[in-house]
Design a protein around this ligand. Structure first.
Ligand SMILES: Cc1cc2nc3c(=O)[nH]c(=O)nc-3n(C[C@H](O)[C@H](O)[C@H](O)COP(=O)(O)O)c2cc1C
Length: 206
């Protein structure tokens, strides 16, 4: 459950439970227990007004929306605190597929974010602990020795999430599925969540 979510006060569905494209999303995305996570380009609104984009792993996907995990000191988290809106996109050209999602974001509570840390690889768990600004400034020899010392001091599977481990929920308001074909023109189905929580669909050229 996300923090600050007024769901209890509203009967308007803000998730994907009634979305007409939910089964298609389930077909396109791996289940949450699959180890290899999709890499998506996640865009936020920069404090300078320009878009800001970077790749992140899509940690999970549910009827609530799309989940990402990051460092609470990161620029994206500062940007989302200022403007809680984001887009992401991912393409599978070999399957003629592109998924683009735009919506509103919420930060997860640390309890809600913790279970994903346990599913991350040992490397990414160590990274979440060490990957701060001070570490980045060090010379390579120091970065290698500090990494090795930390890894030696913490057996695989014993690390808890650092305090800076942060989860982001993106609740979609627009979901666009691009369908490419080698034998005719590509086209998109663009789904928009209306004020009453229902989804409207437009067919667009690719
Ligand atoms: C393959 C790959 C996967 C990444 N996965 C994540 C991720 O899941 N979470 C994350 O915060 N950063 C991830 N990063 C690093 C981000 O791209 C980015 O450099 C970092 O989050 C800082 O971004 P910011 O300063 O815009 O917040 C990944 C980078 C690559 C190349």
């Amino acid at each position: 459950m996300a923090s600050g979510n007024p769901l209890g006060a509203s009967t308007i569905p803000v998730g994907l439970s009634s979305a007409p494209f939910l089964s298609e999303l389930r077909e396109w995305l791996p289940t949450n227990d699959e180890f290899v996570r999709p890499l998506v380009a996640l865009a936020t609104l920069g404090e300078d007004g320009y878009p800001d984009v970077r790749h992140v792993l899509l940690s999970e996907f549910s009827e609530e929306g799309f989940f990402f995990h990051t460092d609470s000191r990161s620029r994206k988290v500062a940007e989302l605190a200022r403007a809680p809106r984001a887009s992401f996109t991912i393409a599978w050209p070999e399957f003629g597929r592109q998924l683009s999602v735009t919506g509103d974001t919420e930060m997860l509570t640390s309890d809600a974010a913790a279970h994903v840390f346990a599913k991350r690889s040992p490397y990414l768990q160590v990274l979440a602990h060490l990957n701060d600004s001070a570490f980045a400034q060090q010379a390579l020899d120091d970065r290698l020795s500090h990494w090795a010392a930390f890894t030696a001091a913490h057996a695989t599977g014993t690390l808890s999430p650092p305090e800076t481990w942060a989860g982001i929920l993106l609740r979609p308001r627009r979901v666009t599925l691009w369908h490419g074909r080698p034998d005719t023109a590509s086209r998109r189905t663009e789904h928009t969540r209306e004020a009453d929580g229902t989804w409207s669909t437009a067919i667009l050229p690719g």
